[in-house]
Design a protein around this ligand. Structure first.
Ligand code: DC
Length: 205
């Protein structure tokens, strides 16, 4: 019997789920998978001219190492390829295997608690208002030297939310048994404390 423990963290862009996921993984010594990166890597290949389903089926580990996956352009491309059922299907096995690896795993994304790991021991849904998220993402992008405006980033965030929430296949939504954490008015440290309390409750019943 291997020692597995899966923490599923879903939610929209820039709600803080990546930061919280990394901190939780570090705290428990769990492996962490940012599943958005898989869709971003597929999106980047599509922008380079590869057909979406082909791009997902033939995705290689090196594709995840590209340093241009965090741009706004790639984010929109990721959200677009993510509506395609065959693209999602091609990425399922890798994510499930990662989730059940020995030693524990944290996966963050949009459909982890609902579709990829419906039996995860802990499910969190990390969210915040679109305005707060746009401001965070704006600071992140301009900090990296991207030239943009707050209005553009807010429009992008809202377009992506709309596409991610309203697609037929694995739409972004909290699992019925997920704990929702709204980080609009919380610091990262406060949000992390809420998450850690929930994990402790599930680990030591
Ligand atoms: O988390 P992110 O911003 O890197 O995700 C980029 C896009 O990938 C997101 O807009 C929708 C898609 N995605 C998804 O459909 N399912 C996931 N589990 C993760 C991301």
């Amino acid at each position: 019997m291997t020692d597995t423990f899966t923490i599923a963290i879903d939610g929209p862009a820039a709600a803080g789920k990546g930061t919280i996921s990394k901190a939780i993984a570090a705290q428990f010594g769990f492996a962490h998978l940012d599943t958005g990166l898989l869709y971003r890597a597929v999106g980047a290949r599509v922008l380079a001219g590869v057909e979406p389903i082909e791009a997902a089926i033939t995705l290689q580990a090196e594709d995840l190492d590209r340093d241009d996956l965090r741009t706004a352009e790639v984010a929109q491309a990721a959200s677009k390829v993510a509506v395609i059922a065959e693209v999602r299907a091609a990425l399922v096995d890798f994510q499930r295997a990662f989730a059940r690896r020995a030693g524990g795993a944290v996966l963050d994304g949009r459909d982890i608690g609902t579709v990829i790991c419906p039996n995860a021991e802990v499910k969190l849904y990390v969210t915040a208002s679109a305005e707060v998220r746009a401001k965070r993402r704006f600071l992140e992008l301009t900090g990296k030297g991207e030239v943009t405006s707050l209005e553009t980033v807010l429009a992008d965030v809202m377009a992506r939310d709309d596409r991610d929430m309203n697609r037929a296949e694995a739409p972004m939504k909290p699992a019925a048994d997920a704990l929702t954490i709204d980080t609009s008015e919380l610091s990262i440290e406060q949000a992390l404390q809420v998450a850690l309390k929930e994990i402790s409750a599930q680990r030591m019943p």
